[in-house]
Write a protein that binds this ligand. Structure first.
Ligand SMILES: [Zn+2]
Length: 385
């Protein structure tokens, strides 16, 4: 003989007894209801409510504010340090925040709604801030500039740059001088404009010196970089990013640059081998979008590298290797940075197509190169096979 339990959930408020009056006792604790503030979802389990909010309404539920304004996912700040306000009003337990940059990664900490997060971004680096709970994350990229300058982009400037791009290969010294006068002699330039024009002149000056086998070119490239690095216009950003590419500082090329080809190049040379994605050709331009052309002259060896990388993107290995060969013939004597870059590119092409013999031979040569990231990868590859 035994007993079984018979259970019914009696609704607290609306249940009547046999006399038609409301029940006035409470059988058990009422079930708590946790509602989603964004839709009709409700549950008695707060954790599943939080999971629901994170899954369905992440962008509305978790965000950052700066100075009472919502921070975009990718942002550049001029002041430092910056205090960002964590916002997660629908998640009273708070969220986990992980801050990392190339040079360091801090342990995750939990912050509640309204808490201030102080970050001091390192120069030339992008700080990634991950907000979320468990697998649900939202990511911000924040970078820092001491100052940003803006320059007037005039029709004279545009015309001069366009003519330099077309004619630099036939320039004689007087043409270099004329270009300088035309850029810097324009009427009505502010102090910032002058710095900008000087930087642009130095870039073309450097390219010309380089192609004419004058060793002083390197310092002029650097002068262009220093002048232009804090300007926000596309022309300056393109020259600065190209300079960083030339000196194999791929990590310093901002992921925020608006140039898809260069972004791809920086990602190819700057990411670990295992994270490379090939056969991922970007879709052709959307015919409906508006596009602005930004153009500079570059060394022809670099144009060949860009072509090789386009071939890599569609896994056309033989074309890619052919472009590398062309690049090697175009590299100037003493240009070790470009030589190492092309060598590394060839090694990766062979490795991507699974040619262990060739990639190993090239990796052996890279073990003594002065570009740290190339050398480290080659070293560990040679050890692993
Ligand atoms: Zn909801």
């Amino acid at each position: 003989m035994g007993y079984s339990k018979y259970t019914e959930d009696i609704e607290k408020i609306h249940s009547l007894n046999i006399f038609g009056t409301f029940l006035d006792f409470q059988v058990r604790e009422p079930k708590p209801i946790h509602r989603c503030g964004f839709c009709n979802f409700e549950t008695d389990d707060r954790q599943s409510r939080d999971a629901h909010i994170l899954k369905e309404h992440r962008d509305a539920a978790i965000y950052l504010e700066y100075d009472d304004r919502i921070v975009p996912d990718r942002a550049v700040f001029k002041v430092r340090p910056i205090h960002l306000k964590i916002r997660c009003p629908a998640l009273p337990d708070g969220i986990e925040v992980t801050i990392s940059s190339r040079s360091k990664k801090l342990p995750s900490r939990t912050y509640k709604d309204g808490a201030l997060l102080k970050i001091t971004p390192p120069d030339e680096e992008v700080v990634t801030i991950q907000l979320g709970i468990g697998a649900y994350k939202r990511e911000y990229s924040i970078s820092f500039r001491h100052q940003t300058f803006s320059a007037k982009l005039t029709t004279t400037l545009t015309a001069e740059v366009k003519s330099a791009n077309a004619r630099i290969s036939n320039w004689e010294w007087p043409d270099v001088d004329k270009f300088k006068t035309a850029l810097l002699g324009e009427a009505g330039l502010s102090e910032d404009d002058n710095l900008h024009r000087h930087g642009i002149f130095e870039f073309y000056h450097a390219l010309w010196l380089e192609q004419n086998r004058k060793t002083a070119f390197a310092q002029h490239f650097e002068a262009a970089f220093k002048d232009l690095r804090n300007f926000s216009d596309p022309l300056s950003q393109m020259i600065v990013s190209y300079f960083l590419y030339r000196v194999n500082c791929f990590d310093s090329i901002s992921p925020l640059i608006p140039f898809p080809r260069l972004r791809h190049v920086a990602a190819f040379f700057g990411s670990p081998f295992d994270s490379l994605v090939v056969n991922n050709r970007p879709k052709p331009k959307d015919a409906e979008g508006e596009f602005v052309v930004c153009e500079i002259a570059i060394a022809d060896a670099d144009e060949s590298v860009l072509s090789a990388l386009s071939a890599v993107q569609c896994a056309n290995w033989s074309a890619a290797l052919q472009h590398c060969e062309t690049a090697e013939q175009q590299i100037l004597a003493n240009d070790d940075q470009t030589r190492y870059r092309v060598l590394f590119l060839r090694y990766r092409i062979h490795r991507l197509q699974g040619d262990t013999g060739a990639s190993r031979r090239l990796a052996e040569r890279l073990r003594v190169c002065s570009v740290k990231s190339f050398q480290t990868e080659a070293e560990s590859y040679v050890r692993s096979i």
